[in-house]
Design a protein. Structure first.
Length: 277
C-alpha cells in the first residue's frame, strides 16, 4: 500500500510539473508577445434594438503568433491572470481602445473594455493613471464602458471597489458582464452602481424554444428596469431571438446574428454605414 502511495505521489507531482512548465512557457511567450506587439483588438458591434443602430462595440483581445495563427483569449487569459501579466496586457488593451476612440470623432460612440478581477485586485494596476490618460486623450469618459464579472465580488476587497469608484467618479461607465451566471449576481448589483447588465448567452441560446429561459430573461429585464440599468443581450444568433428580445424590452443586442468581432477598420466602416444611411 505504501509503494502504491509513493507512485501515486510520483505521478501526481509529475503531472503538476508538466502543467507548471507549460504555464511557464506560455508566460514567457506572453511577455514576448507584449514586446513584439502580437496582440490585436477586435470589435463586436452592440446594436440598439429600438432602431438597429450601432453606437457601441465590445473590444476583444486576440493573440497573433509569428506563425500567423490566432489564439483566442480562452487560451491565454487565465495564465495571464495567474502570472500577473494581465496587468500589463490590460494596460495595453486600455491604451489601444483609448486610441481607437480618439480616431472616432463621434461622441455617442462608446467601446466596452473587459477588465479581469485579477487586474483590479493587483496593486500594480492604477485606476488613477487610467483616469489621467482619459483626460490627456480628451475622450469623454462615458465613451469607455468597463465590463466586469460577478467573480470580482469574490475579492470583496477595498482595493477593487475603490478603483471602480475612481473610474466611476471620473465619468466612466460600468457593465456587469455574464449576468446571471455568478454566485452573487444580486449582491453585485446591491454593492456597486452599474450602468448596464449583460445577460449571459446561456440564457439567450434557447430563448425562442425554452419557456423557462424566457421567464428568467423577463425577470432580469424587469429587475434591470427597476434599477434604472440598460440591458444588453449577449450571444444573439437568430432573428427569433431578436424579435423576442425587442418584444420583452431589452435595450441592446450583441452576437453573430449582427456580426462577429471585426477589425478596427471594419468596425469603423460599419459605424459610418449605420449612422449615415
Ligand atoms: P465575454 O466578455 O463574455 O465575451 C463574449 C464572448 O462571446 C466573446 O468570445 C465573443 O466573441 C463571443 N460571442 C460573441 N457573439 C457570440 C454569439 O453570437 N454566439 C457565441 N456562441 N459566442 C459569441 P472571445 O472573444 O473568445 O472572448 C472570451 C472571453 O475572454 C471574454 O468573454 C472575456 O471574458 C475574455 N476577454 C476577451 N478580451 C479580453 C480583454 O481584452 N481583457 C480581458 N481581461 N478579458 C478578455
Ligand atoms: Ca465581456
Ligand atoms: Ca459576457
Ligand atoms: Ca464570458
Amino acid at each position: 500500500a505504501k509503494s502504491q502511495g509513493t507512485s501515486n505521489y510520483y505521478f501526481f507531482t509529475q503531472a503538476l510539473q508538466i502543467k507548471s512548465s507549460y504555464r511557464l512557457k506560455i508566460a514567457t511567450e506572453l511577455r514576448e508577445a507584449l514586446q513584439l506587439q502580437q496582440f490585436e483588438m477586435v470589435y463586436q458591434p452592440i446594436v440598439r434594438l429600438s432602431d438597429g443602430r450601432i453606437l457601441h462595440a465590445e473590444s476583444l483581445i486576440r493573440w497573433r503568433l509569428s506563425s500567423g495563427e490566432i489564439l483566442m483569449p480562452s487560451n491565454f487569459i487565465t495564465i495571464a491572470e495567474e502570472t500577473g501579466l494581465i496587468v500589463e496586457i490590460g494596460d495595453w488593451v486600455f491604451n489601444e481602445v483609448l486610441h481607437f476612440l480618439q480616431s472616432i470623432a463621434h461622441d455617442d460612440v462608446s467601446i466596452a473594455v473587459n477588465i479581469s478581477p485579477a487586474q483590479l485586485n493587483s496593486p500594480k494596476h492604477s485606476a488613477l493613471s487610467w483616469h489621467e490618460k482619459i483626460q490627456e486623450a480628451k475622450i469623454l469618459p462615458r465613451r469607455l464602458v468597463f465590463e466586469v464579472t460577478e467573480s470580482m465580488m469574490m475579492f470583496k476587497s477595498h482595493l477593487v471597489s475603490s478603483k471602480i469608484k475612481i473610474l466611476q467618479q471620473g465619468g466612466c461607465l460600468f457593465s456587469l458582464d455574464d449576468f446571471g451566471t455568478g454566485y452573487s449576481s444580486l449582491a453585485s448589483l446591491k454593492n456597486l452602481e452599474f450602468d448596464f447588465i449583460k445577460i449571459d448567452l446561456q440564457f439567450i441560446k434557447e430563448l425562442h424554444r425554452d419557456a423557462r429561459d424566457k421567464s428568467l430573461v423577463s425577470a432580469m429585464l424587469a429587475m434591470a428596469k427597476g434599477l434604472g440599468l440598460q440591458t444588453i443581450a449577449e450571444g444573439v444568433e437568430t432573428v427569433e431571438q431578436v424579435r423576442l428580445l425587442k418584444e420583452m424590452g431589452c435595450d441592446f443586442a450583441q452576437g453573430y446574428y449582427y456580426s462577429k468581432p471585426v477589425s478596427a477598420e471594419e468596425f469603423k466602416d460599419m459605424l459610418s454605414k449605420s449612422n449615415h444611411d
